[in-house]
Design a protein. Structure first.
Length: 234
């Protein structure tokens, strides 16, 4: 995950997952236009292991995050790419950031691209592929649905919650190598949730922070309410 080489950058002529579009419309008598991306809806899952008191997340390299960091730090000029037209493979200098600049901590997630499967069934498949846990779809609790990237994409993501045990672990996870996925499963102790959520040195999408905060409001109080076993009389 940390070895990055032979990086080239170019314009995107086509994509399996994204489609750039422009909509023109009239709003309150004013003609307007807006550029956006058509993308898939998706699911995400917050996993918690009660016996070990930890959350189970994934960590992976995100090229978009990496390149945005390079642009943000002024290490690349986006105009050079847009002026090149279609893909010409503009070499990215080796002096750029290390690969870790593009690594993010995330909930297990996946796009909705399988007709005939419910959101919970797709979430179940993603859990097995990315984290190695076999969780029945009926044990996935829906948290909520929301819109992501509202200025550019506006796709819907549905978030689930599930509790797992070590006995439900059937594989190492890691995603599908044939699709180029390279995913590392990580555990975050329950006691460290707040420091992890707001540690800006550990990049993460807002969904992670929301999910951990939701857990504190909706699940943690029940955990604290579990009575301690009675003490034996001395």
């Amino acid at each position: 995950m940390d070895v990055l080489s032979h990086v080239e950058l170019g314009a995107c002529a086509d994509s399996r997952f994204l489609r750039p579009l422009r909509v023109r419309y009239n709003q309150n008598g004013t003609n307007k236009s807006w550029d956006f991306m058509k993308s898939h809806d998706s699911v995400s899952i917050l996993l918690f292991n009660p016996s070990r008191q930890c959350f189970i997340l994934v960590k992976q390299f995100r090229p978009a995050v990496y390149m945005c960091e390079c642009f943000r730090k002024g290490l690349l000029d986006v105009q050079e790419v847009t002026d090149s037209g279609l893909w010409e493979g503009v070499p990215v200098p080796s002096r750029l950031l290390p690969a870790v600049a593009g690594v993010t901590y995330e909930l297990c997630a996946g796009i909705i691209d399988k007709p005939g499967l419910s959101e919970a069934e797709i979430a179940r498949e993603e859990l097995l592929e990315e984290c190695g846990y076999n969780v029945p779809a009926e044990r996935l609790r829906k948290i909520t649905s929301y819109r992501s990237g509202v200025g550019v994409m506006g796709a819907k993501q549905t978030m689930f919650y599930a509790e797992v045990s070590d006995e439900m672990l059937e594989g190492a996870g890691g995603g599908q190598a044939e699709e180029g996925e390279l995913i590392e499963v990580v555990e975050v102790p329950l006691a460290d949730w707040h420091s992890f959520a707001f540690d800006e040195s550990l990049p993460k999408p807002m969904g992670v922070i929301f999910a951990l905060t939701w857990f504190q409001s909706n699940i943690a109080p029940g955990l604290a309410a579990v009575p301690n076993p009675p003490r034996s009389e001395q």
